[in-house]
Design a protein around this ligand. Sequence first.
Ligand code: FES
Length: 155
Amino acid sequence: MERNDPNNAEDQSQNQQWQPKIVAFLCHWCSYAGADLAGISRIQYPPNIRVIRVPCSSRVNPLHIIKALQHGADGVLVSGCHPGDCHYGSGNYLARRKFALLKRFLEFIGIEPGRVQFSWVSAAEGQKFASVIEEVVEDVRKLGPARRLVKNLMK
Ligand code: FES
C-alpha cells in the first residue's frame, strides 16, 4: 500500500497540512554553535528540524542518514565546520567525500537528491544557519512526504 496516493482526496488534504520532518546532524564545534547563536540572536527559522549533535561531521555514518529516512524523516541535513576549520583536522573533507558517494547511491535507489543535504556553517554564522534551514525545509516541502525506504508505513 502506498503511503500517500496523490489521487486520493483524503491524502491530498493530509498533504496540505503536512509539515516536513528534518533530522539535522550538526557538528558540535561549528554548526551546533551556529544554531545556538541563531537562537540567542532570536533569528527565526522553521521549527521542522530535530537536531542531533555530533562531535564532527565525519562522525555521521551514512547508515545514520538511511535509518533517519527509514524511520520517518522526510529530509536529512548534515552540517559541519567549513573546509579547513574542522577541529579534528580533515574530518569534514572525509565527510564531504563520504556524502558525495552516499548521494549518488541514494539517487540510484530512487531517493530525490534534495532530501539529503550538506552544508558548512561556522559558530559565527547564526543568520546563515537560519537560511540553510529555510532552504532545506522548502526543498523538502516541494518534494513532499518521503515514501521510499520508509519502514513503518503510517496511515
Ligand atoms: Fe566540525 Fe569536524 S569538527 S566538522
